[in-house]
Design a protein around this ligand. Sequence first.
Ligand SMILES: Cc1cc2nc3c(=O)[nH]c(=O)nc-3n(C[C@H](O)[C@H](O)[C@H](O)COP(=O)(O)O)c2cc1C
Length: 167
Amino acid sequence: MAFKEIDIRQVAQSAVKLINDDWALVSAGDETAWNMMTVSWGGIGELWGRDVFYLFVRPQRYTHEFLLKHGCFTVSMFDGGFKKEMSFCGSKSGRDVDKAAATGLTPVFDNGFVYLGQAQTVLLCKTIATQKLDPAGFLDASIEENYSSGDYHTVFVGEIVKTLKKI
Ligand SMILES: Cc1cc2nc3c(=O)[nH]c(=O)nc-3n(C[C@H](O)[C@H](O)[C@H](O)COP(=O)(O)O)c2cc1C
C-alpha cells in the first residue's frame, strides 16, 4: 500500500477513462469521522492558474457534510478495478453503514486527508471554491431531467496539492 508522489502531468491515462469510465472514490474527514462515496462525474483541469479537480456532489449525500466541514478531499482511482466495492459505496450511505468495514477498503490518514490504500492513483485536493449549480444556466432543457427532486449538485473546485501513485 506504499505510494510515491508524482506530478499530475505524469498521470498517463485519459482523464475521461480514469474517472468517468473507471469511477473513483471521493473521501473526506479524519481519524474520528470520515466518509467516502463513488463519483463518475467531474474531472481534472486547470482553473485560476491551478491544477484542479471538479467535483459535483448532490446536497443529500452524507459526504457533502464532510466536504463542507473539512475544506479538503481526496480522489482515489483504481484503474478499472474495485467496481464491486465502488458500486457498494455508490449505493449505500455512510449514515447507515460502515463502508470501509463492508468492502474491506482501508483508509490512509495523511495530514488532514483520507484516501484508500487500495487505490492506484490518488489526488489530494484543497477546496478553493464551492457553488450550487443554478438551473437558470442550463441551456439544454434535458439537463433538468437529472434533477426531478430539485437536488442540484454543489460544485467543489479542489486544487490538486499532491498526486500519489502506487509503487
Ligand atoms: C458509478 C457511480 C457514480 C456516481 N457519481 C456521483 C457523483 O458524481 N455525484 C454524486 O453526488 N453522486 C454520485 N453517485 C451516487 C453516490 O455515490 C451515492 O449516492 C452514495 O451512496 C452517497 O453516499 P453517502 O451518503 O455516504 O455520501 C454515484 C454513484 C455511482 C454508483
